[in-house]
Design a protein around this ligand. Structure first.
Ligand code: GLU
Length: 218
C-alpha cells in the first residue's frame, strides 16, 4: 500500500523524507512526493511517478532546501498514477497528503468546481485541501476548518490525511482520522523524526498523538 512520513527539525529534510519513504516501499506504491518549507518560507513540492529513484532524480536536478517537510507514497485509487495525481496536493496555504478513499469525492469536486475552484489533479485527496480553504475563507481557523472539511467526507476506509499548513507565522501539521487532532506547531515543536514505522516526538513541548505515531497507512 502506501506511506506517510514527516519531519520538523534542524537537518536538511529531503534526504530524511526519502529515507523514510524508502523504508515503506515494501507496502507498494505507484508514485511519490514531498512538500518542504523552503528557507524563504514558501513550500516547494516535488513529485514523480514510479519508483522513489525517480523522485530522487527529480530532487537531484532541482534540490529543495529546508528542514520541515512531509512525504508520501501513493497507491492510486482515484486518478491514474501520474505526476499530476501524486501527492502532496496544494490548495492555497494548505498542503495535503492522504491515504484512503473518499467515496463522495465526485459530488464534493463538482460542488467546489461550481464555486470556481480549479482542480489540479484527478484525485479524491485534492478536495480535502480545497474544502479546508473554503472553510477558512468563511472565517474558521485551521483546526475548525479541517474538522468541518473532514465531516463532509464519506468513505469506508479510515481517512489519514496529513494537512501541512503554510500560513505564516507558524506551520502546523494535522493528522486526521475521523476527528481532527492538532499535531503540533512548528513554533512549539523543534523536532520529530521518523523512527522505524513511527514518527517520534523528540521534544517535550511536542504534543504526542497516537494517530501521528502510527502515520503510515494500513
Ligand atoms: N485515494 C488517494 C489517491 O488516489 C490516496 C491513495 C493512497 O492511499 O495512496 O490519490
Amino acid at each position: 500500500m502506501c506511506g506517510i512520513v514527516g519531519y520538523v527539525g534542524s537537518e536538511q529534510v529531503a534526504g530524511i523524507l526519502l529515507d523514510g519513504l524508502r523504508r515503506l516501499e515494501y507496502r507498494g506504491y505507484d508514485s511519490a512526493g514531498l512538500a518542504i518549507v523552503s528557507p524563504d518560507g514558501d513550500v516547494k513540492v516535488a513529485r514523480a511517478v514510479g519508483k522513489l529513484k525517480n523522485l530522487e532524480k527529480a530532487l537531484e536536478s532541482a534540490p529543495i532546501a529546508g528542514t520541515t517537510g512531509i512525504g508520501h507514497t501513493r497507491w492510486a485509487t482515484h486518478g491514474r498514477p501520474s505526476e499530476r495525481n501524486a501527492h502532496p496536493h496544494r490548495a492555497g496555504d494548505v498542503v495535503v497528503i492522504h491515504n484512503g478513499i473518499i467515496e463522495n469525492f465526485l459530488e464534493l469536486r463538482a460542488e467546489l468546481q461550481s464555486g470556481g475552484t480549479t482542480m489540479l489533479s484527478d484525485t479524491d485527496t485534492e478536495v480535502i485541501g480545497h474544502l479546508i480553504e473554503a472553510e477558512r475563507r468563511r472565517g474558521k481557523g485551521l483546526v475548525d476548518a479541517t474538522r468541518a472539511a473532514i465531516a463532509r467526507l464519506r468513505g469506508k476506509i479510515k481517512y489519514r490525511p496529513v494537512v501541512f499548513d503554510l500560513m505564516p507565522p507558524t506551520f502546523t501539521f494535522l493528522q486526521l482520522q475521523r476527528t481532527v487532532e492538532a499535531m503540533g506547531c512548528l513554533s512549539a515543536c523543534r523536532r520529530f523524526t521518523w523512527n522505524g514505522h513511527e514518527l517520534e516526538a523528540t521534544t517535550p513541548s511536542f504534543t504526542k498523538s497516537s494517530t501521528w505515531m502510527n502515520a503510515s497507512c494500513q
